[in-house]
Design a protein around this ligand. Structure first.
Ligand code: DX5
Ligand code: ZN
Length: 218
């Protein structure tokens, strides 16, 4: 199985002191940072651009960019790859050219991630190869929502489909309470926004979520 990781999402961070907040979780052991990008079309809100990636790229972290944007293959993949992304996720629901979008991500030198919203069936994973899978465990667009309980079964079914080697990321509503069950179901990378940066002590919160995930994974 891939290593168990917690990826703090900067959507919930104080953007006025973004680097400082990221350095705090880095000091606590985080090596992956999750960057949410929203276009006002695929999801209603707007959030973050390539500048957020550029601002963090010299910290030595793996920056993963979650593109919640329509037709990402038109311009956004290239823009975020150039900004310093290590992994780029595209949503299966956001383009009719998924195979092309994933190939474009790899051609730009990044790992290719495939993301699904909660209502999208897993079958697309039979048709395209992704370096990492992302299952949304809330409806995309906002931090701070409650984890959708049926996601646990979906994660377990995806683990059975993909086998032991492909990393599975879960995104939305992950905290010290949901981390254990979702890791037990087969998730290996857990995004946590509000539970980390909404906490008074983001470093301690990061450590608590990782410990809960490790306990759940056994
Ligand atoms: C939601 C984003 C998430 C968000 C998670 O659309 O994709 O990455 O930051 O936030 P929490 O951890 O607060 O649910
Ligand atoms: Zn996300």
């Amino acid at each position: 199985m891939p290593p168990l990781e917690v990826a703090p999402s900067i959507l919930a961070a104080d953007h006025g002191r973004l680097r400082e907040q990221v350095e705090t979780v880095q000091a606590a052991g985080a090596t992956v940072i999750h960057v949410d990008v929203m276009d006002g079309h695929f999801v209603p809100p707007l959030a973050l651009g390539p500048g957020a990636v550029t601002a963090l790229r010299d910290l030595g972290l793996h920056l993963e960019v979650h593109l919640m944007v329509d037709r990402p293959e038109r311009t956004q993949i290239a823009a975020f790859a150039q900004a310093g992304a290590g992994t780029i996720y595209v949503h299966a629901e956001a383009t009719p050219h998924l195979n092309y979008a994933l190939a474009q991500i790899r051609a730009a030198g990044c790992l290719a991630g495939l993301a699904l919203t909660p209502s999208t069936p897993l079958d697309v994973f039979r048709e395209v190869d992704a370096d990492i899978a992302l299952l949304m465990t809330v409806n995309p667009g906002w931090g701070g929502q409650a984890f959708i309980p049926s996601s646990l079964d979906k994660v377990a079914r995806l683990r059975a489909l993909l086998g032991p080697d492909v990393p599975i990321e879960v995104d939305g509503g992950v905290d010290a309470g949901t981390a254990g069950p979702v890791a037990a179901a087969g998730a290996t990378r857990l995004v946590a926004g509000t539970a980390v940066f909404g906490s008074d002590d983001p470093a301690a919160a990061y450590a608590r979520i990782l410990a809960a995930a490790q306990a759940g994974a056994g």
